[in-house]
Design a protein around this ligand. Sequence first.
Ligand SMILES: [Zn+2]
Ligand SMILES: [Zn+2]
Length: 288
Amino acid sequence: MPVAATASDVWTERRRRVGELRARQGFARQLLDFYGALLAVQERAFDDAAANRPAAEDLASYVTDIVVPSVLDVSLALGPERMRSELIHRIETEHPRAIVLRWIDGGEQPAVDRFLARAALGPVLEALGADARRVCAGPRDELHCPDCGGLPQLSYFDPGPEDLATGPRRLLCSRCSATWGFARMTCPGCGEDRSAKLSIFSEHGTTSGEQGSVVRGLQRGVPPMDHGAIFPHVRIEACESCRHYLLSIDVASDPKAVPVVDELAAIPLDLYARDRGFTKITPNLMGF
Ligand SMILES: [Zn+2]
Ligand SMILES: [Zn+2]
């Protein structure tokens, strides 16, 4: 069964952006190559799930049988060495279905388990929509995904109507990729909205909170760029109250940006936030 053109476009856009950032951000090339290969597996999983429509109660078994083997193949071929050895160990000691079920139930699990379950289940939830996402555990409040109860991976701003200003702020779910509207200048980790407690770090400078610090994107051996900022459209939104942060992508200022891809590749900003003692609300698919 063919999938709707809009659904296919999502994957085309992600692939396009991987190619662009791969050329522009050499420091993230290895990660982007791995992610690009995973995208092929995820797109196939998305198409299969859209055609097969597995029942919500069969989700974990379906994902374990149909998607996990391909995610494992790609990860063992192209993933970072440490991930490869951890994956082999986990598959020998735990049934993948238990790993996927725990992710659905929102339980604590090692990073490598989260990666495997998320990479395999994510595109299936994305394809099936709200009904299937309801089986996932998690609070349904403004700090969590209204569809699946997952934590927000990132914040983004779409272009506003007629490009006069930036549009409303949205958060993107780390588990099912649903998005929901969220107030500006409010922490998606704890709901803090006192501006003195909220800091924004970007390559351009800092607003509120701590004064005078500027991310140069040059931390940890990232080479200087000849053509200005590497992440003019990405900023760190950090909260002094809960000490969490997430990255925010301004698609209005870079219309080619694809938030989920740009967020993955902005590693120097993650390192910068970490150096300042902040923890991401939830790590992204690649563990940053
Ligand atoms: Zn969700
Ligand atoms: Zn907070």
